[in-house]
Structure formats: structure tokens, C-alpha cells
Design a protein around this ligand. Sequence first.
Ligand code: ADP
Ligand code: ASP
Ligand code: MG
Length: 865
Amino acid sequence: MNASASAPLAPDAPWVVLKFGGTSVATVERWRTILQLAAARRAEGARVLVVVSALSGITDALKALCACAPIERADALAKIIERHRALAAQMQLAHTAEMDRWLASLQALVVAAAPEQLRWQATVQAHGELLSSSLGAAFMAANGLPTTWIDAREALLAREVPFLNERARVLSAQVQAEPDPALASALAARGEVFISQGFIARDGDGQTVLLGRGGSDTSAAYFGALLRASRVEIWTDVAGMFTADPRQVPGARLLQRLDYDEAQEIATTGAKVLHARCLSPCRRARVPLWVKDTQHPDLDGTVVAPQPTEVAPSIKAISSRRGITLVSMETSGMWQQVGFLADVFALFKQHGLSVDLIGSAETNVTVSLDPSENLLDSDVVAALAADLAKVCRVKVIAPCAAVTLVGRGMRSMLHRLSGVLAEFGRERVHLISQSSNNLNLTFVVDEAMLDGLLPRLHELLIRAGALRTDDVALFGPSWQALYGGGAELKQVPWWHAQRARLLEVAQATPRYVYHLPTIRERARALRALTSVDRVYYALKANPHPAILRALAEEGIGFECVSPGELAAVDALAEARESPRLFTPNFAPRGDYADALRRGVMLTLDSLHPLQHWPELFAGHEIMLRVDLGRGLGHHDKVRTGGAASKFGLPLDQFDEFLTLARERGLRIAGLHAHLGSGILDAAHWPLVFGQLASLADRIGSVRCLDLGGGLGVPSHPGESELDLAALDTALAEVKRAYPQYGLWLEPGRWLVADAGVLLARVTQTKRKGALNYLGCDAGMHALIRPALYDAWHHIVNLSRLDDAATTLYQVVGPICESGDVLGADRRLPESVEGDVLLIAQAGAYGESMASHYNLRPLAESSVIE
Ligand code: ADP
Ligand code: ASP
Ligand code: MG
């Protein structure tokens, strides 16, 4: 370490504050990192203040020591002493006089009677940080970095906060932290590298107070503001703020950049990585705040700073808080009464309680109390309830949990949240609150409901395009990718390797390009499922002849919905011998006649054909499509169950259908159900199989159960794939209960979506207000899914694939419709006329749904064999 050898710092050298949390100061290896980081900042010309927490677990141990019977204190103290001596030994410190002094003072406190309980507790607990900082100062000095130890209580003075009760005043104090040039220059005169304590301050009487659990972050922020530091770095055990607590949601993504308000909201609503009070001093003094991992200092981490100008509106995080108490106040008579709220809130104030969320109805007001803002104990709540009972009917509901979605401009995202709201709809939500600053949406539920909820919500938010994981400027890798060996990393899509060839065929655009090896690979994966007896390709997804040939060669059958589709299969020598199904809906009589002429198994899904055209079907075998009463899928328009959907025979007409079939001499050889598209939950199909099987048992003649398609393909980065192995296992299990039925699937999208891309050329660019429009020659006539289903297609600039994505674009087409938007808020490299854009995952329902709208020609297509 040769920092002392570098030139002395100027008196006005910038300050950098580095804060290290409990795990970051608990071992000698971490202290080597601290030493290196402090020396590096000093070498860059900064004056350095290191702020430390107590060794991990020590604050808890000191708290326990305060609470235990005097007779047990000696043992508890011995363990704490032992822990510090062990670290000192690992550090190979020759001089531990400072640490010994604090150990002695701790011992004296513990032995002494406690004259004033709260203050005594604060002073005892302060020793955690006093000890760790003393050890650290000795270690850094012994390793070549002269370090001045300062007592944080000299610099941090608690301010008077009105209505704070004594407990909060002593254990959860707040500090006045305006920039203080006098402090900065006084310290500058004393040295270059300093170390001090987190968590502690002094009050007006010069007594020790604490800043609340986790408060060392806030100490660092106070110091940062007082010294007007060039930044505050929070070093912890995780590489930054993530979109959710990574210990609960391993797929949570690193938030690379946040503004103060969003970081504040994430911290306040439960993310313990930053103490909720640490943002405001930094914001006021405009000090940037970094969050980094001490064990992996090279990882990027999170930068909290003023907001960058262009960002996609997105949910940034989900957080949760346990231990919430709800107080529900019911009154019919007094609601209209002027001053009712003033009266009840006066009682909260009297009991020193700060209200968090508020919900109101005509005769009810419900508020929540957050344990991190209130030192809640049952006595306080009971006393409050007793007082409230004099003016209204009170119900205390606890324990509850608050689940919060955080993101700037929450209101503009509400339309994307239907799937998320549906998840809450399953359980009882006590209170929903949207913050007036438009930054959060909070749901209060029973605490027991929290288990497993966050990972599900995180996934749903990504799937809904509400958590914009595609925006690489904001969202970094997932925690799993950073720490779990990158297990979740997806395969690189085929079109990366085919870039040169794609740029070549992009001479004429718009153009679809299909990659047959991908389709074959998908077909083989489905054929390998041992529980599935037959796979039919729903060719409405893409009837390109080359695709039909390839699938026929892979042993896949065809599911057609019109005479045109039947003819397309018949036209191909390679495909016409494959098994085929005809599954139309509200088709004219002639369509059924056509299918029967071709010898294709057809599916009926209403009484009408049997009632009105019985002669057509007499003596034939048919399949029956039923409506199981519910729909599923990625968008309302693709859910195909329930009375609101036109598909399938409703179950209340099932018996009538059987009677008619018997009378008309038809055999029902199979039952069919298809509930919708884009389903990623493998549990869905086994459920349908079970339901169809029990219906089939009532018929007798059924041989096979067709579970439809709907196999989803994830479209947003970070979304999980449909787990085929799990599907196979679950299907095999239900099949064991009904071995007499063959099991069929009829996927469309799953086989072809990823195999196709749409190439388009940039036509024009335009700036409008804050928005950058990027026009291309493919619009909703070429690909209607974004306009029709709000579908999300990944878009890249193929001409500049390796350039950094810097600009936020609205990617639009040439059609005269405002809805002609292929992708909103897409981060791409700066693009110019003539660049080739690639719209990914366009193999399904792209070309097959294209139109001549605006009399634009249809897109061309090419195939890569
Ligand atoms: P330190 O002891 O360094 O102050 P903390 O334990 O207080 O560290 O905070 C770090 C922890 O915060 C992480 O280990 C993580 O489990 C938790 N955490 C909760 N929510 C988040 C989030 N959204 N992003 C990152 N970490 C989070
Ligand atoms: N040591 C204190 C605690 O454990 C403060 C901190 O670590 O931030 O709560
Ligand atoms: Mg902490």
C-alpha cells in the first residue's frame, strides 16, 4: 500500500464516503478489500471517509444483551468480546488499544445498573460500531494507509422532530445534515483517510442516540451531505438494488441506474439494501449514491443520481414489508360529520403513531401502520384501539404485508397490469393505494399470502411488458446470472449467426425469413415427449409450404381451420399423407362437406350442424370441442373459453349433443379443448386432460383427447420458458389414471414463432417533443400482433448489432393509423435511413395475418434450410 507516498491532497480535495455493512466488515478478507478501495479513492485524489457498521450479528447480540437478565449478561458479553478478539487476531494487529478501550467501556456499562433504560440501550448498542471502526482504523494503519479514527457523535447531531416519542428519539433519531464547510476543512486539517461509525449520533445533551436498525447507510449519507462529497458508496453483500429482493426472487434484475425518488420509494417500501432515510440527504445535497458488492467489487452496481432524460416508463421494482398493522374504523353516523377524520387522526398523533396508507369508503376508513416508521408494540396498538373505540367501531387486522410496485409514472402503466391484478384478485386484498406522487401502487394482504407471491408477480410484470427488462440501459443482469453461474442465460438466437445472410436478403423489404433448423428442433422436442401420442401443427400460425414440408418430415400432423388450409396441405406431396384435423368455428356447411370429401377427421363445436345438417355426418366419426368454461392466455383476444368466447360447446349442452349424435348415427371419437394462447404454466394441460377424460368416460366411444395448443413462447428477456420436461411428467401422471385415451397436442406458435424474423428498412426518423420516432417499411400490414394484441416483439438494428443501444425510439410503420407502432420505447443504437431492423419472434401469426391494408404489397419471404 503506497497511498501515503502519493502527493498530499489539496485542502479542498473532493470527499468520497464509503460505507461498509455488517458482512462487509466481518472478515479480514473483506477488510483487505476495504483497504484497497480506500487507497484507490485516495490515489485518485479524493479525501476518504470510511463509515462502518458493526460486525454482522453484533447489533443483534448487543440488543439481546440489553434484553437479557443481568445474570446472563456476562456470557453474552464474553461472546461479543471473543468475536472481536478473533477478528483482531486474524488481522494480526499488534496494537488493539482502541478496541480494548471500547471493550472495557462496554463491560463497565453492562456491569453497571441501568439508570436510564433507553439511553443505556443506545450506548450499549453503539459499541458495535465503535468496536468495528477501531479495529478497522488499526488494520488500515498497520497496512500502510494512515487512517484517522473519528467519533461520529462529534459530527452528527440529532435534530428535534416534533411529536417523536422518547423511544424513537433515542433509538431512531434523525440528523440535521446541511453541507458544513467548517467540518470539512477541520477534518481536512487532520488527515486524508478517515474512519467513523455508522448508526450513531449525539443529541442536544451530548448523549448517544441511534439512527434505527440498518441506519449506517444513513450515517454515510449524512456525512456525504455534510462534507458535500462527490459521492457516497454503499458497499454491501449484493451488487446493487435489484428489481426485487434477490434472496426471494433469484430472477430479480440489477437496477443499473435510479433517480433518488425511485430509489427512495424502493427503500421505503421494503428493500432493506438501503436504509429508507439515506436517500433524502443525498438528494438534497445532490450527492450521487452508488450501491456495490464488497465481495465482487468489479460488478457494476447501482448508481442513484438525478434522472437520465430518456427512459422507458417501467415498473422498477416490487418490494414487500411484513408486520403491517391495519386499523379499520367503521362508522355510519359520524362519517358525514365535519371533523371526524381530524378527531381520529388526533388520536394517532397522541399515541405517537405515523400513518402510512389510507383507504376510505363511505362508512369506513382504514389506515396502515408500518413497523419501520413506528416502534409498534401490542401495548401501543391496544391503547390506540381503546381510544378510537370511543368514536367509531375499530378492527385491528394483523399481521399484514404490503406489496408495492414502484416505478415513475405508475398511472401510465395501469393498463398493462391486468395479469398482475388478477393474481391479487385470487386472495383478499385489504387495501389498495396509489401514491399521489405517481410512483407506487401498494396492495395490503394477509402476511401469510406473501409466500411465493413475489416471484410470481415479478414474472407476470415482465410478461406484461410492465417491467421493461429489455431496456439494457436500466436493467442489468439477474441476480441468478451474476451469482448463480449464469444458469438462466438464454441461448443466443439463430439470427445472430445468420446476420450476414439476413443483411443480404434484406435488399428487398419488408421480408420474413424462416429458419427451418429451429422449427425441426422444436418439432423433435415435442415428439420426444413420451406422454404425447400425436402432435398436430396449427397451420394458421404460418402455412409457408417449406414449413409444412419440414414439419411433415418430422412426423407432425396438421390442424386446419378452413378449406384453404386443407388444400394447402393437400397440395404438398410430402404433407398430404400426414394425419390431419379440421377444427373450424362457425364455418358454413360447405366447409364440413369439403373436409369429409377429403377424408379428414373433423371437429364440431356446436349443436347447429347436428340439428340442421345431420345427413352430412351420418355414419362418420367426429371430434367434439367443448368449452370448459374458462379461458387463458397472453391477451383477452386470444382467450378462447367461457361464454364471452365463441368457441366450443358449452357443457350445459353436452348431454343434448350426445343424444343428437346417437340419434344421427355419429361416433364421437375424440374430445377437444383449447383455452387460449401463450400459456407458460405446464400445469394447465394436465388439468384439461383430467377434465376431458372424465367427460369422455360418459361417452364410451372416445379414443383420444386433444388438449389443444396454447404452448407459450416467452417474449421478454428474463421471462421463463415453458418447462417441457415438467409438462411431460405431469401429463404422464394424469395419463396413468386414464390409460385408455390417446393424448394429442396441437401447437402453432410454439413450433414456429422463434424461427421467423421480419426484416424492415428504416425509412425516416422524426423527433416530436421528447419522443424519437424511427419509421420503417414494415408496419401493421406486415405484422399486426403489436397493434392487435399489444404483443411485444424484440427489435434490433441488424446493421448495428454490436453498437451500444443508446437512443429510445418509437418504432413505427408506414400505415396511416396511430396504432401502427411495432415497438414503443425501444432502446437501439442511433439509427439512420436504410438501416435494417430485425423484428424477432415473427414466425407465428406474422406473415399469415398480413394484409394489403393501405394497398401496400404483402411482405416477401425467404427460407433458410
Ligand atoms: P448491509 O449489512 O451491508 O447493510 P443489508 O443486509 O442491510 O446489508 O442489505 C442487503 C440486503 O438487502 C441484501 O442481501 C438483500 O437480501 C436485501 N434486499 C432486499 N431488497 C432488495 C433489493 N430490492 N435489491 C437488493 N437487495 C435487497
Ligand atoms: N449495525 C446496525 C444494525 O445492524 C446498523 C447497520 O448495520 O446499518 O442495524
Ligand atoms: Mg443495511
